[in-house]
Structure formats: structure tokens, C-alpha cells
Design a protein around this ligand. Structure first.
Ligand SMILES: Cc1ncc(COP(=O)(O)O)c(C=O)c1O
Length: 414
């Protein structure tokens, strides 16, 4: 069985060769991941050689357009979607904002939408604000003991007036994977759409919007080893329901309708480096003589990432779940198919800030607070400012980095 070659992987990220950064066990990846050399090289090349208006016929402009087109062609495969279904925006928060404005005109006063109190605010606030326009907003609440959503609770909220369910694929704190396919099928039965925030899921596993049955799926490239860009998939059915949010003369261009601002050209181009990185990992690990389609390459690479992540998160999840003075948020499972390796917890006897400070002092990058899952932190009975401590891993982390964090926690009495 092939397993992830961590030396190779870390060799693709220049940050690990930097003296100052190398001192840190970087366990704050859910806030933003490191970028690979492929992304840096495209950005550098773009800013050096083609930082001009793209798509004219002079040399640097042609190059700029080609670099952007490469990303626009390659990135849809990360959703298993087509080019016309993927929108490149400044961030996920801005993509949901634009989408909410675009969908509202299709709905009547009294129509209903469902939001959770588990999601990051990016997939709650924009929908809740439609309340002042006559939309009824209903909340699917987590179990306050676990921070988890239960299917039986959303059943009580779904009816003929439900137009939309906004729900995270995996929360940035509870990290437990929600049953998106089941939810999508249920919402489709009443003619509604499902908007899935995949920001905390996308760094860890391959996404297949067709398999998930999603109408809208969002993730942020700066958490998947790329530049600061938000990517949004919309099905044709959703796009047909949207009011154009771009310039009127671009209304018929599918990828302009939901992108009112001009994109950051260099950042769009650099997204291709995400795929170049996955490709390099694929080539290094699988000596496949056949030409393997891009979707399959991506899923095999994420298979490697997932196995490694599961191996390194297990001791951390088990340790935190075993401490009677700690409460782990979300599922205590160590299975990668149940939870992402984002581990949020708090202590019954110490402020999260204190635990966070000890970890930082020991050279473990992490954070504490609500991480914009403000409603979730309050729902589970915590102070929104002090919140939880979060240790978030990705595939380039090592067992030694995790051990460093464990060491700090273990040295800390109740
Ligand atoms: C789960 C989740 N959703 C949405 C967002 C917002 O993404 P962006 O910063 O691209 O707006 C974040 C950012 O941390 C997140 O963790």
C-alpha cells in the first residue's frame, strides 16, 4: 500500500526551509494553509512578467490571459464540475453574500430558509439578513452538549415553503461531517436548494458535488494550499434562478453573473498551482503508466492525505476525549470519514486563552476564541471571546508536531 512521503510533501512547501517558520509546529491550518512552490512560482511569474490587463493581443497581456485560463480550466475538477459552473470570488464570505442577493428576487414574502447555528458566520449571516426582506428564517440548532446537528431536528423545519438550506459540510470547530447527500435529497423533495460550505472539508478530502447532490458548494483556496480566492460551484438550476449581480452587459456569461467585482488576476492564475501540487504528489507516489484523468488523480492524492491525517489526528482526539477536565467539540471518532482533523476543545477549569498561551510558548501555532463560529460557541455554553482552543492539522503535519502539542497538554494539570 502506498503511503504519503512526508519528506517529499514538505519539500514542496518553501516555508519549511525558512528558519523562523520551521521552529513552529504549525497546527493552525484551518485559518489558512501554507502555499506550495507551484502557487508561489505562478504568482511570482505573473507579477514579474504579466501584471497587466489580461486578454489583449500584446505579449504580457496574452500571457496573463493564458495563465488565468489555465486555472479556470483546471479548478472545476476539484468539485467534479464544469467550467461554466465555477465562480472565482474574493472569498467565501463574499461569494455567499453575492449569492444571497442574487437568489432573493426569486422568492416570495413568507418563503422560508433554514440556517444552522453550527456554521461559520459566512454561511449564516447573509441568509439571516434576508429576514428584513420578508423571508422567514428558521434555525437548525446543535445539541448543546456535543455541538452536533441531528437529522430529526431539521425534519421539523422542512416544509413546502422551504427554499434553501445553508449547512456546513464540516464545521470549523465541531469538524464532524454532516450528511450532505441525505440533506440534499430531502430539500430537493420540497423543491428547495442546498448551499454547502465546504471550507473546512476541502483541505482534507476530494469533493464531488454530483455525488453530494449539492446545488451550491463553496470553499476557500487559501485553505487548500493556494492563494486568497473563494471558489463557488453553482448548478445550472441555481444559476437559472439568480438575478445577475454583474454588469448588465455580462449577464449572459455564466461565470460573470455572480462576480460583481473584477477578480484578482494573479490570484486566479495562481490557483492552477493547487492542481500542479496535487499532480506532483500523484506523480511521485503512483507510478501509473496510463494517463489518469484529473478527477481520479485528485481523489487518489486525497486518499493519501486522508490516511496520513487520520494517523496523526488519532492520538490527539483520543487524548483530549480521555481527559475529564477537557470537552472535545464534535465527534470523538478518529475516523477520517467521520471528522476532519480540526480539533477544538475547552477546559472546565482553565480559560482557553491560558491553554493557548502555553501552546504558543512551546512553539505550537494555534488559536483560541470563536473562529467566527460565534453562534456555535455560545450554543455550547461558552464565552464567545475566550471560546475554544483549536488545533487544526493537514496532510503536511507530522506525528512529531502533534506530539509537541500533546506534551504541552499533558504537562498541564486539571
Ligand atoms: C468553515 C468556514 N466557512 C467559511 C469561512 C469564510 O471563508 P472566507 O475567509 O474565504 O470568507 C471560513 C473561514 O475561516 C471557514 O472556516
Amino acid at each position: 500500500m502506498v503511503s504519503l512521503d512526508l519528506d517529499f510533501v514538505r519539500g514542496q512547501f518553501p516555508v519549511f526551509a525558512e528558519d523562523e517558520s520551521a521552529q513552529w509546529a504549525h497546527l493552525e491550518n484551518a485559518g489558512g494553509s501554507y502555499v506550495s512552490t507551484y502557487v508561489i512560482s505562478i504568482l511570482n511569474d505573473f507579477f514579474t512578467r504579466s501584471k497587466v490587463q489580461p486578454y489583449w493581443d500584446f505579449g504580457p497581456s496574452v500571457k496573463a490571459g493564458e495563465a488565468m485560463d489555465r486555472a479556470l480550466e483546471l479548478l472545476p475538477a476539484t468539485f467534479n464540475a464544469e467550467k461554466k459552473e465555477v465562480h472565482f470570488g474574493p472569498s467565501t464570505s463574499q461569494n455567499t453574500y453575492v449569492l444571497a442577493q442574487a437568489l432573493r428576487p426569486a422568492w416570495k414574502t413568507g418563503d422560508e430558509i433554514i440556517v444552522t447555528n453550527q456554521d461559520h458566520e459566512a454561511n449564516i449571516g447573509v441568509w439571516r439578513r434576508l429576514e428584513i426582506t420578508g423571508i422567514r428564517v428558521r434555525e437548525w440548532e446543535v445539541d448543546p452538549a456535543t455541538g452536533l446537528l441531528e437529522m430529526a431536528d431539521v425534519e421539523k423545519l422542512i416544509n413546502k415553503k422551504t427554499r434553501l438550506l445553508a449547512v456546513t459540510h464540516a464545521s470549523n470547530l465541531a469538524a464532524t461531517i454532516n450528511p450532505i447527500r441525505e440533506l440534499a435529497d430531502r430539500i430537493h423533495e420540497v423543491g428547495g436548494i442546498i448551499v454547502t460550505d465546504g471550507v473546512s472539508f476541502a483541505p482534507h478530502a476530494a469533493i464531488d458535488v454530483k455525488e453530494l447532490g449539492c446545488d451550491v458548494y463553496l470553499y476557500s483556496a487559501y485553505k487548500t494550499y493556494g492563494p486568497h480566492v473563494g471558489l463557488m460551484y453553482t448548478s445550472q438550476r441555481v444559476l437559472d434562478q439568480t438575478a445577475n449581480q454583474g454588469h448588465f452587459f455580462n449577464a449572459e456569461k455564466p461565470t460573470y453573473r455572480l462576480t460583481p467585482a473584477g477578480p484578482d488576476h494573479a490570484a486566479v492564475a495562481a490557483c492552477a498551482g493547487i492542481i500542479d501540487y496535487y499532480d506532483a504528489v500523484f506523480e511521485h507516489h503512483f507510478n501509473d503508466p496510463n494517463s489518469v484523468p484529473i478527477r481520479e488523480r485528485i481523489s487518489r492524492v486525497f486518499g493519501l492525505f486522508g490516511d496520513h491525517e487520520q494517523r496523526i489526528m488519532a492520538p490527539l482526539v483520543e487524548y483530549i476525549a480521555s481527559r475529564s477536565d477537557f470537552r472535545l467539540i464534535g465527534s470523538p471518532s478518529i475516523s477520517h470519514s467521520v471528522r476532519a482533523p480540526t480539533i477544538a476543545f475547552h477546559s472546565h477549569s482553565k480559560p482557553s486563552r491560558e491553554i493557548y498561551s502555553s501552546l504558543i510558548e512551546a512553539g505550537v501555532s494555534c488559536g483560541h476564541g470563536n473562529f467566527y463560529a460565534h453562534r456555535l460557541v455560545e450554543a455550547i455554553g461558552l464565552d464567545a471571546e475566550d471560546g475554544v482552543v483549536r488545533l487544526s492539522l493537514v496532510h503536511y503535519n507530522t506525528a512529531e508536531e502533534v506530539a509537541k502539542a500533546l506534551n504541552v497538554l499533558d504537562g498541564m494539570g486539571p
